[in-house]
Design a binder for this molecule. Sequence first.
Ligand SMILES: Nc1ncnc2c1ncn2[C@@H]1O[C@H](COP(=O)(O)OP(=O)(O)OP(=O)(O)O)[C@@H](O)[C@H]1O
Ligand SMILES: [Mg+2]
Length: 204
Amino acid sequence: MVEEKRKVILKTEGLTKHYGGVHALQDADFVLHDGEHVAIVGDNGAGKSTFVRQITGTEIPTSGKIYFDGQLVNFHSPLDARKEGIETVYQNLALADDLDVPSNIFLGREEIYFNLGPFSFLNERKMLEKSKEVLAKTGIKIPELKTQMGNMSGGQVLDLVEKVIVLRQGRIVGEVETAKTDGNEIVSLITGVKQNIDVQPSYI
Ligand SMILES: Nc1ncnc2c1ncn2[C@@H]1O[C@H](COP(=O)(O)OP(=O)(O)OP(=O)(O)O)[C@@H](O)[C@H]1O
Ligand SMILES: [Mg+2]
């Protein structure tokens, strides 16, 4: 693995979330460096959303540690995480595919011009400007922000990242650099045909 000289921005150690007997996330050790873009992939139920919910303060982990910018953090709400600069764009709202990038970034907290009865008039220009600002900060390059999310391909999203982390049955089982892989390797990791990280078996 290439030695990383960039500053560590986000680090998790043994991050674990159990829902009763369900080991949704088990001992996840993860590192994100300054300026790095990482995709977390995995089959249905692999633990992707659970992982994200722990690092965005949406849920409290069962155990494990989260460091943000070198500090041990204990987020109690998404607002806590947002104050530190962790933003979440939600995947699984049925409408989101029909929306463009700014609308997805601002989903649920849209900039509103004014309300008229049940209708809200959204300040789209302001959302577009702010989205550009947020994306410029992260270095994510989306050429056409007004493209609907549904028209973006999985590959396009892959082009944006340097590293792919693969979750399977709640564990991180693989880590690949996108420049050195093809889709087949990622699929093998997702399905469990292959594994490139040693994981301990999970005992219930
Ligand atoms: N609130 C919950 N209560 C009980 N079990 C849960 C809860 N949330 C998730 N799980 C379980 O935890 C496991 C991981 O689920 P999670 O939603 O994190 O997977 P995912 O990788 O995001 O899947 P998908 O691709 O379907 O979005 C699954 O077995 C799921 O059923
Ligand atoms: Mg999910």
